[in-house]
Design a protein around this ligand. Structure first.
Ligand SMILES: [Zn+2]
Length: 340
């Protein structure tokens, strides 16, 4: 049963929002485009892996994509499977080329087009997650469930190479298409249930309650200032996409292509939450969406049904917990329209 669905990461959503609002020719654009390609590649690796995961029996496995928990530090697992017999943490990698592992090294060397590049060793990474998740379980007084961890390489075209004295890594690193065989191996290893169905459901609820998303400060990360970004509501016509739409007679209207929309502000508010702050007040809304009246701003904000605190002009509206307000779907990503 999928408890937490696979979604595009917050980082990728932020890059998309940035690219939509950064003028063409801005010097930081190529860096953001490069980062977005890396995040999307990771997402497609997870999507490929999710195909194999979908064959697992619904009532035996609770499945969490991108679960983020806190030990001493935050940690986010690409994929976590829990059953009454064991838990399995999976780190998914979608990396092209040849991956070379040296015994005991924190680095992995990726060879692509005869160029070597050092990368974090994913086996070490998943070991850290293993330790943090075990600590988390202890802290929540959940005992007796064995925890296993694994690195999954999403494509068989990636070559994994290591020295003869380091062959044990193939116990920890597999291709996505071998995932179901590996899970069968673990089922044979852990035949006895360690938890009742009730305890398993409770654990799943506790995990979901503890899950939180993290929205990095994008202005600091890319050394941007607020004046670098375009404000306003973007035209919803995919052939136009210009800024800003104007709010007239209860509708958003594009002065260039004459497109109208009742809902174009939703994406703009989502961009605001991703880029600026997880809260917004009436003035910030009016400034960012270029709405000329406080009454219209209030009306539009109320229509979003957001949780709020305070009163009158001081009212603060909140991004719903652990959500991207208006996430991008598969189709909009396939168009690849974010890149110049
Ligand atoms: Zn337009």
């Amino acid at each position: 049963m999928i408890m937490l669905e696979l979604k595009l990461s917050v980082h990728a959503e932020q890059c998309i929002a940035l690219l939509k609002r950064m003028p063409k020719g801005h010097p930081v654009r190529p860096i953001v485009e490069k980062d977005l390609k890396i995040w999307l590649k990771g997402y497609y690796g997870e999507l490929n892996t999710s195909y194999y995961v979908s064959f697992l029996p619904e009532n035996e496995y609770y499945i969490f994509y991108g679960l983020r928990l806190k030990d001493k530090k935050d940690f986010q697992m690409d994929l976590l499977l829990i059953s009454s017999r064991f838990a399995l943490i999976i780190e998914v990698k979608n990396i092209s080329g040849k991956l070379k592992f040296e015994k005991g090294s924190d680095l992995m060397i990726r060879e692509l087009n005869n160029v070597d590049e050092g990368m974090d060793n994913p086996i070490q990474q998943v070991k850290r997650h293993h330790l943090q998740f075990t600590n988390w379980l202890k802290f929540h007084q959940i005992r007796g469930i064995p925890v296993e961890s694994l690195v999954v390489i999403s494509k068989t075209s990636t070559i994994i190479e290591t020295t003869p004295d380091n062959q044990q890594i193939f116990q920890k690193i597999i291709y996505a298409e071998s995932l179901l065989d590996k899970i069968k191996e673990l089922e044979d290893k852990y035949q006895k249930p360690r938890m009742t169905k009730n305890t398993l459901t409770q654990l799943s609820d506790t995990l979901l309650k503890a899950h939180h998303i993290y929205i990095p400060d994008i202005f600091q990360k890319y050394e941007l200032s607020q004046t670098d970004l375009i404000t306003g509501v973007q035209c919803t016509n995919s052939n136009c996409k210009c800024y800003p739409m104007e709010y007239v007679s209860a509708s958003w209207r594009c002065n260039k292509c004459k497109e109208t929309s009742k809902t174009a502000h939703i994406q703009a508010v989502s961009d605001y939450f991703l880029l600026y702050s997880p809260t917004i007040n009436r003035k910030q809304f009016a400034d960012f969406l270029q709405v000329d009246s406080s009454i219209k701003a209030r009306y539009l904000l109320l229509s979003l049904n957001l949780f709020s605190t305070g009163s009158k002009r001081g009212t603060k509206y909140f991004l719903p917990k652990n959500c991207i307000f208006s996430p991008h779907d598969e189709n909009s990503m396939k168009k690849g329209g974010f890149f110049t």
